[in-house]
Design a protein. Sequence first.
Length: 126
Amino acid sequence: MPEESDLERLGGRTRLEELISVFIDRVTSDPMIGFLFRNVNKDVLKAREVSFAASHLGGGPYEGRPLRDAHTRHRIMGGQFNRRLVLLEKTLREFNVPEDIRERWLEHTRALRAEITRDGSDECVG
Ligand code: HEM
């Protein structure tokens, strides 16, 4: 038997779609970062986030834009990046994603900070 991918272990593509749907609803209605998504098509965003997550969970290619291209115009700050991370962790816990997959997923996200934010810092300065 070939080893199961992380995507298979967390319940497959349908389960991932449910998780991302809840996550993106949370992100786009969040008091701190929701405003950034005012002019963004939520269904398209969900589909691309699913494609992106599936790609790092061992379930096929990412079909969206390079992350740097998609995020530059939004001028995202470190604190906003951290907020998305908090919402992601909360959602992964609620969906009972196995701990090792959850930790890999969060680490994968943290490693992308420089692609997404314009200040690149983890903390407030001063
Ligand atoms: C590592 C963390 C992140 C990942 C993996 C990620 C992933 C994605 C993906 C896959 C897309 C779709 C790209 C496309 O349209 O082809 C997207 C778009 C977007 N993301 Fe992120 N994102 C991250 C962090 C953030 C943060 C921190 C914010 C804001 C707080 C944010 C705001 C947005 C917005 C506003 C769009 C829509 C872009 C547009 O159509 O203009 N993202 N993101």
